[in-house]
Write a protein that binds this ligand. Structure first.
Ligand SMILES: C[S@@+](CC[C@H](N)C(=O)[O-])C[C@H]1O[C@@H](n2cnc3c(N)ncnc32)[C@H](O)[C@@H]1O
Length: 231
């Protein structure tokens, strides 16, 4: 099990965000791209709970996780709704889609020699998140952690013409991966530099829907920044 990302609290939160911000919002038969499907449970659970006529096209580098995801997809006969490639989205031809969704790797650390290297989010934890906001999708649903330089992500989104169209926040306890001494120590140093925010054993995880700017929309960037940096 340690070969596959396992944090039910976080995966369930992500699953709820997919339902509320994407499945129940998009019209027609949308095509959704997912970065880092893991064992597939967040999307599978959302598909089982909702009537959704589109297709989710996932990308997962970890072949153990990819196999588990595919066997669950088979079990629930979801093969026409959820397709996962065992490859990296960045290295693939970008599928055309309106929505990109991800619970991305966001662990900050000095390097990727950590319990699960595929959870490494670059030195400040925001690298992959910010890369996902550079691919040009109209709507990007991402989990953003308060200890992974969240201000840089909100700024990066703005630079790439996104506004925060909706978000929800949950306090999460530092878990197995973020409590690894090398990671936790690095996060502590980041806090001293005002780029990581947490309180005691808890940090905030936000599910954020970034959308490309249109004139009339209300941008919630300020409110999101206040919450994520206010711990
Ligand atoms: C935080 S986990 C989320 C897993 C799952 N979506 C969930 O919420 O339970 C991030 C996932 O991204 C995968 N990943 C990391 N880098 C990747 C890449 N370049 N391409 C595809 N998947 C990647 C990891 O293997 C891991 O399964």
């Amino acid at each position: 099990m340690k070969k596959i990302f396992y944090c039910p609290e976080e995966s369930n939160f992500y699953s709820n965000c997919i339902e509320n911000f994407v499945f129940r919002k998009c019209e027609d038969s949308p095509y959704i791209v997912e970065f880092g499907s893991g064992d597939g449970s967040p999307v599978i659970n959302s598909l089982l709970r909702n009537r959704f006529d589109g297709v989710v096209h996932g990308f997962e580098l970890n072949s153990h996780a990819w196999k588990v995801a595919n066997s669950t997809i088979d079990e629930y006969h979801l093969n026409t709704k959820y397709i996962i490639d065992n490859s990296c989205l960045f290295a693939s031809t970008q599928p055309e889609a309106e929505y990109l969704v991800a619970n991305p790797p966001y662990l900050p650390a000095p390097d990727n020699d950590i319990y699960m290297p595929l959870l490494f989010g670059g030195i400040d934890g925001a690298e992959i998140t910010n890369q996902l906001l550079s691919l040009g999708y109209d709507h990007v649903l991402l989990l953003v952690s308060s200890y992974s330089n969240p201000k840089s992500t909100i700024e990066h989104a703005k630079t790439n013409d996104y506004y925060v169209s909706n978000f929800t926040v949950a306090p999460l306890k530092f878990g197995y991966y973020s409590s690894e001494p090398k990671v936790k120590q690095h996060i502590e140093e980041m806090r001293n530099n005002d780029i990581a925010f947490y309180s005691g054993d808890y940090y905030y995880l936000a599910g954020v829907l970034f959308s490309k700017k249109t004139k009339s929309e209300v941008d919630l960037s300020k409110e999101l920044t206040q919450i994520l940096t206010g711990m």
